[in-house]
Design a protein. Structure first.
Length: 224
């Protein structure tokens, strides 16, 4: 049994708009092992978010394949990919992407209901894991930005995913809040065994990872 959680095979992506082709990823071969904490670094525009969207099955590649937990994305239909994404992956974004009109608790509960899961103690467990139990009933606008990101992390882990993919999760935070958020990633990695795939500009953030993948111009530079 392989311990590979994600493997890509010659992944390519070209965007097409108004007759203009923008090639972004070129033959990306990379692997993430079960239980790893991996950071991806690279200059702005080099294709990091595009890579994450493809690994997270939110975007289809133009060529090549991605294998998640032994399942080839190319062999699945859209419904199959959506199921894999919903069950095995959690996402965290730079701008949190919380619903502004409902509480932190409901932001997490809604994500579970969309998955078709009944909501009971797992929302409370996720809130406790990010130390937000006391403010669970506050809407995002009443929370600090660091607290909003903690709610977003609770939402990403509530269904016990195999992997959390985070795109510049500390990009909107000051250094103190960034450190709290990075410590949380470390904690869910160590205590819950969740694999972490972290895109970051910050070397301080990347140093929380076991391994750093460097990207430039749509290619992986070095796998350390
Ligand atoms: N939906 C899209 N349509 C066209 N071009 C895109 C799209 N998304 C990203 N790009 C282009 O792909 C390149 C890589 O973008 P991105 O993956 O966001 O890089 P990074 O996250 O490393 O900053 C950029 O040149 C960007 O303009
Ligand atoms: Mg990006």
């Amino acid at each position: 049994m392989s311990d590979l959680l994600i493997k890509t095979e010659k992944l390519c992506k070209t965007f097409h708009h108004d007759g203009i082709k923008t090639p972004v990823l070129f033959d990306v071969d990379m692997q993430v092992r079960q239980g790893e904490f991996v950071a991806v670094m690279g200059p702005s525009g080099c294709g990091k978010s595009t890579l994450m969207h493809i690994l997270g099955l939110m975007l289809s590649p133009s060529g090549g394949d991605i294998i998640i937990d032994g399942c080839s994305a190319a062999d699945l239909n859209e419904a199959g990919r959506a199921k894999l994404r919903r069950e095995k992956i959690g996402f965290v974004f730079q701008r949190f992407n919380l619903l502004p009109t409902v509480s932190g608790y409901d932001n997490i509960a809604v994500a579970e209901r969309i998955r078709g899961n009944t909501v009971d103690g797992q929302v409370d467990n996720a809130l406790a894991a990010v130390d937000m139990t006391e403010k669970a009933r506050f809407k995002p606008g009443r929370l600090s930005i660091g607290q909003q990101q903690r709610i977003a992390i609770a939402r990403a882990i509530v269904h016990r995913p195999r992997i959390v993919m985070a795109d510049e999760p500390t990009g909107n935070l000051d250094s103190t809040n960034a450190e709290t958020i990075l410590e949380l990633f470390r904690q869910i990695h160590r205590e819950q065994g969740i694999t972490i795939f972290l895109i970051t500009h910050s070397l301080t953030a990347a140093q929380y990872a076991d391994r750093i993948i460097y990207m430039a111009d749509g290619r992986i530079q070095d796998i350390g």
